[in-house]
Design a binder for this molecule. Structure first.
Ligand SMILES: [Zn+2]
Length: 73
C-alpha cells in the first residue's frame, strides 16, 4: 500500500481516508464538495498524498463548473 507523508510525524506513514463535506471560496462564492481527508494512522493528524490532492482538485473543479459552465476554458 502506498504511504502518505505526515508532516507531524515527519515521515511516510500508513493512513486512512475519510470524506468530509466542505467548501472552498472562489471569487467570493462558496462551492461545496466532498473532500477526501487523509489521516495518519500514527498520530491521527492530516497527512498528504498526491493522488488524493489531485482527486480533491478534480472534485472542486466539478462543483465549480457545474455552476459556471461558461467559464470553462
Ligand atoms: Zn502522523
Amino acid at each position: 500500500m502506498e504511504k502518505a507523508y505526515c508532516e507531524n510525524c515527519d515521515k511516510f506513514v500508513d493512513y486512512k481516508t475519510v470524506e468530509k463535506n466542505t467548501y472552498h471560496i472562489i471569487h467570493g462564492k462558496k462551492y461545496y464538495y466532498n473532500r477526501i481527508v487523509v489521516l495518519c494512522n500514527e498520530c491521527g493528524k492530516e497527512a498528504s498524498l498526491n493522488d488524493i490532492i489531485d482527486e480533491n482538485i478534480w472534485r472542486l473543479e466539478e462543483a465549480y463548473f457545474k455552476e459556471n459552465p461558461k467559464n470553462m476554458n
